[in-house]
Design a protein around this ligand. Structure first.
Ligand code: SF4
Length: 213
């Protein structure tokens, strides 16, 4: 029986992406090979327990909800994550995955919505970005940049055009919580008429840093 190390499973409002505001079940996987400066889920680096797939499915079936977001940590750092997502697709769940751009997305199911978090210089993990990943993105996937400061903003703006990312799928700009002023980011985006969508972390507006939300 396949297993995964699970940090937590919880039901909340999706706070980011084009699915923002939707009731969603979150499956947070343990482990991440990155150490972003602004990481707010460092508790998921090591904390977790091994669960069989049928235990995971029993837990999510407690919720009357068909939207699932797979997150972490870095969920693709466990090879069985793709197998679980395939099983969940078989059960007709709508699956999205929040993944850093540090692991290949090549083998993900076409039905999975990918939220690809391209690492900016402010994360201090920019060198981990996998350029090859962009060719596997679909039009209904999303690319996210967490913007830490104006240097990050300028970098992300240039990066979009360098790889024509705006022609692939929706681009999301998210101000780093407590670091980047959202108004300054909004005004910069307006000035440049940038082909990206501003988002904020809705769950933090509602629940601040409360865990499991
Ligand atoms: S990839 Fe995500 S979980 Fe990993 S260190 Fe960066 S922000 Fe934290």
């Amino acid at each position: 029986m396949n297993t995964l190390i699970i940090n937590e499973i919880f039901y909340s409002i999706q706070g980011e992406s084009l699915m923002s505001g939707m009731p969603t079940i979150f499956i947070r996987l343990t482990g991440c090979p990155l150490r972003c400066e602004y990481c707010d889920t460092a508790y998921a680096f090591n904390e977790g327990s091994k669960k069989k797939f049928d235990e995971i499915i029993t837990e999510i079936e407690k919720y009357d909800c068909k939207n699932i977001t797979i997150t972490g940590g870095e969920p693709l750092s466990q090879k069985n994550t793709i197998l679980l997502m395939n099983d969940l697709h078989q059960l007709s769940y709508n699956i999205s995955i929040e993944t850093s751009n540090a692991i290949s997305i090549k083998n993900l199911n076409d039905k999975t919505i990918i939220i690809l978090d391209i690492k900016t210089p402010g994360s201090k993990e920019e060198s981990k970005n996998i350029i090859d990943n962009y060719k596997y993105l679909k039009s209904d996937d999303q690319i996210k940049f967490v913007i830490c400061d104006l240097d990050d903003y300028i970098w992300a703006k240039d990066y979009i055009f360098k790889y024509s990312l705006h022609k692939i799928c929706t681009i999301l700009f998210s101000p780093s919580y407590g670091k980047m002023d959202i108004k300054l980011l909004a005004e910069s985006m307006l000035k440049d008429n940038i082909p990206a969508r501003l988002q904020t972390q809705l769950h933090k507006v509602i629940w601040s840093d409360e865990r499991g939300r």
